[in-house]
Design a protein around this ligand. Structure first.
Ligand code: PLP
Length: 242
C-alpha cells in the first residue's frame, strides 16, 4: 500500500473521530512519525500534503533533514532528548514534544539565548507512570511547566504523552483513553493549547479527549523493521551538499 493511500485512510479516521466528538477535522494536526524510513517515503508524504513530520533520534533526523532539504516540511522531534544532543535541535525550527526535566530546560534556554532563537516545546508527561516511557511525573508537571514558561527563549505550547503499551488482546483505544483524559486535564488546568497524544492504534481515543496533534507512524509509513535509517555514503564525489 502506498504512503498516499495510507495517509488517506488516516485522514478518514480523523474525520470520523472528529465528527463523533463534535470537532472539526482541521483541529487535529497529523504528525507523520517517519523514524526508520528513508527520505523517499517522507517525500511521498509531502506530496500527499502531509507536511508535519516527526523523528525521534537527532542523528537520523539530521541526516534526513539534509537529504530532503525540502521547505515544505514542518519538523517535530518526538524522542527523548539527551542533554548533550540539545544543541542539534536548537535553531532548526522544530517543535520539541519531549521536554521532561529542568536540566534540559536549562540547556535549551542557554543554547537559544546564545543563538538568539526562540524554541517551541511541549512538556512530556508520563501520565501512566510507566518506567518504559519518558516524561515527567504527573505531580511534577505544574512545576516543570512554570519553570519552562519563565525562560525567555522557550515557548511552551502544550503537553505530550505516550501511554503505557496496553496488554495484548485489549482494545488499545479503551486502554489509552483514561491516560489521554489525564493529559487533557493537565493542559486545561495550565491553560496550554497543544495536546500531542494518540498514535496509530489509539488516535480515536485521543481525538475524543481533545488531541490537537496525533503522532502517527505505522499507519502511514508501514512497519518498522530495518532499524534507523542511515545516510548512505556518497557514491560520487560532490554528489551531495553537506
Ligand atoms: C514511534 C512513535 C510514534 C508513532 O507510533 P505508531 O504506533 O507507529 O503510530 C508516536 N510517538 C512517539 C513518541 C514515537 O516514538
Amino acid at each position: 500500500m502506498s504512503v498516499a493511500t495510507r495517509i488517506s485512510a488516516v485522514r478518514e479516521r480523523i474525520a470520523a473521530a472528529t465528527e463523533a466528538a463534535g470537532r472539526a477535522p482541521d483541529d487535529v494536526t497529523i504528525v507523520g512519525v517517519s523514524k526508520t524510513h528513508p527520505p523517499e517515503m517522507l517525500e511521498a508524504a509531502l506530496d500527499a500534503e502531509l507536511v508535519d513530520l516527526g523523528e525521534n533520534r537527532t542523528d537520523e533526523w539530521d541526516a534526513k533533514r539534509r537529504a530532503l532539504a525540502d521547505p515544505r516540511v514542518r519538523w517535530h522531534f518526538v524522542g527523548r532528548v539527551q542533554t548533550r544532543a540539545a544543541a542539534d535541535l536548537v535553531g532548526h525550527d522544530v517543535l520539541i514534544h519531549s521536554v521532561d526535566r529542568r536540566r534540559l530546560v536549562d540547556r535549551l534556554e542557554r543554547l537559544c539565548a546564545s543563538d538568539g532563537t526562540q524554541q517551541r516545546v511541549l512538556v512530556q508527561v508520563n501520565v501512566g507512570d510507566d518506567p518504559a516511557k519518558g516524561g515527567c511525573a504527573l505531580d511534577e508537571v505544574d512545576d516543570l511547566v512554570a519553570y519552562a514558561v519563565d525562560k525567555p527563549h522557550l515557548s511552551v505550547e502544550g503537553v505530550m504523552t505516550v501511554p503505557p503499551l496496553p496488554p495484548s488482546h485489549t482494545d488499545p483505544n479503551a486502554a489509552a483513553r483514561p491516560h489521554f483524559a489525564r493529559l487533557a486535564e493537565v493542559a486545561d488546568r495550565l491553560d496550554l493549547p497543544e495536546r500531542s497524544m494518540g498514535m496509530s492504534a489509539d488516535l480515536e481515543a485521543a481525538v475524543a479527549e481533545g488531541a490537537t496533534m496525533v503522532r502517527v507512524g505505522t499507519a502511514i509509513f508501514g512497519p518498522r523493521d530495518d532499524g534507523p535509517w542511515q545516510h548512505p555514503a556518497p557514491t560520487r564525489q560532490g554528489a551531495r551538499r553537506g
